[in-house]
Design a protein around this ligand. Structure first.
Ligand code: ZN
Length: 373
């Protein structure tokens, strides 16, 4: 067969022969972004099985339709969708804002500490199945406090889930409190004040929600306060927003990781800096395609970031909404770019090294990633 002759990698066939939206041989038609070819190459198997950290996942974005309806029933809430299928059918997003509108609507089913515990445990189980050994999880308290759910209820529930996850599943997790950037810095300060009694349970601070028109510098003062509290900070930047938002996140907010950062390829000096300083980028491939940052996976900037030597990690962002968890993202990347095992090992190492796990924990996981002998 001509197709076999031009490439020994089954995944690459689609890249060579199919149009941007056409299925390629072996690809399942039900979910093209996450489909796994029938003859999986060993690099893909390695990537799926390697121990890895997930550093960019929003706990509210792990709310699956089944759990959303179960919590709605438990709390006597009516969702504006007839059933789970109707909710899933609404998962067609034109951009980040259209997703956020649905996302905030679904989050309304989260009311009690038990709801947050159930949500956390459901995610940790799913992450564990994808060989995620450690995860640093965003939560958006303003989404809940604005509905009258106390900060303590949210954090108590999430922490109970993390403790149970560690005990039952052996998975390690940390919490990152995110400020909603479409709200004011004053409201972020109010949130920080509410969170201060729970600082022992918060491992860092982040910035998420609608990026365009809300540059990192808008939150310069509140992030200064977060750093003064001794916590590391991260920020979403360079997803829909321009590359200069990445620079602001680094220079003004002093972010130690950039969440997304995929538009860095548009500014060569910035990309050089990210590589030179080895700033971790928490890239979320399926999210970027679902939110139309890229028209399809094959046009994603990931290969350019990797080729430049950037410290790339792969993450699921809001997996319930974007078509998949950690290994679904890995499969989608592999189907588009056919990375080799060495590159996947590097991505795995990046995720562990960029995490806030202890030196001892990192050493254990890194040793598991190294080639035998
Ligand atoms: Zn995100």
């Amino acid at each position: 067969m001509l197709r076999i002759a031009v490439s020994s990698c089954y995944n690459c066939l689609g890249h060579l022969h199919a149009g941007p939206n056409e299925p390629y041989p072996g690809q399942q038609l039900t979910n093209p972004e996450t489909a796994m070819p029938s003859a999986a190459p060993s690099a893909l198997e390695f990537a799926c099985r390697m121990p890895k950290a997930e550093l960019h996942v929003h706990i509210e974005g792990t709310l699956e339709p089944q759990l959303a309806f179960a919590l709605a029933r438990r709390n006597g809430i009516t969702l504006p969708y007839a059933d789970e299928d109707a909710l899933r059918a609404a998962y067609h997003f034109a951009d980040l804002q259209s997703f956020l509108d649905l996302y905030y609507s679904c989050a309304s089913v989260l009311r009690t500490a038990d709801d947050f515990t159930d949500l956390m445990l459901a995610y940790l189980k799913r992450a564990k199945a994808d060989q995620v050994v450690h995860t640093e999880i965003f939560f958006d308290p303003q989404t809940h406090t604005a509905r009258g759910v106390p900060m303590g209820t949210v954090i108590e529930g999430l922490i109970a889930g993390i403790k149970e996850g560690r005990l039952r599943l052996g998975i390690s997790a940390k919490l990152i409190l995110c400020f909603l950037r479409h709200l004011s810095e004053g409201e972020a300060f109010d949130t920080l004040t509410e969170a201060e009694p729970f600082l022992d349970y918060i491992d860092g601070f982040g910035l998420d929600s609608s990026e365009r028109g809300h540059p990192p510098k808008k939150f310069a003062s509140v992030f200064e306060k977060c750093r003064a509290l001794g916590k590391p900070v991260v920020a979403h930047a360079g997803e829909e927003g321009p590359p200069c938002y990445i620079t602001e996140a680094l220079d003004i907010l002093k972010a130690c990781r950039i969440d997304h950062g995929v538009r860095a390829v548009e500014d060569s000096a910035l990309l050089e800096r990210l590589v030179r300083e080895q700033v971790p980028l928490t890239v979320c491939p399926l999210s970027n395609v679902r939110l139309c940052v890229y028209p399809d996976m094959r046009t994603h900037s990931l290969p350019q970031l990797l080729a430049a030597g950037a410290m790339v990690t792969i993450n699921s962002d809001d997996p319930a909404y974007f078509g998949g968890y950690m290994n679904d993202n890995i499969r989608a990347v592999q189907a588009a770019f056919c990375l080799d095992e060495q590159t996947w090992r590097r991505v795995g190492r990046n995720s562990i090294e960029a995490s806030w796990a202890s030196t001892e924990e990192k050493a254990v996981w890194l040793a598991q990633l190294d080639p035998v002998g």
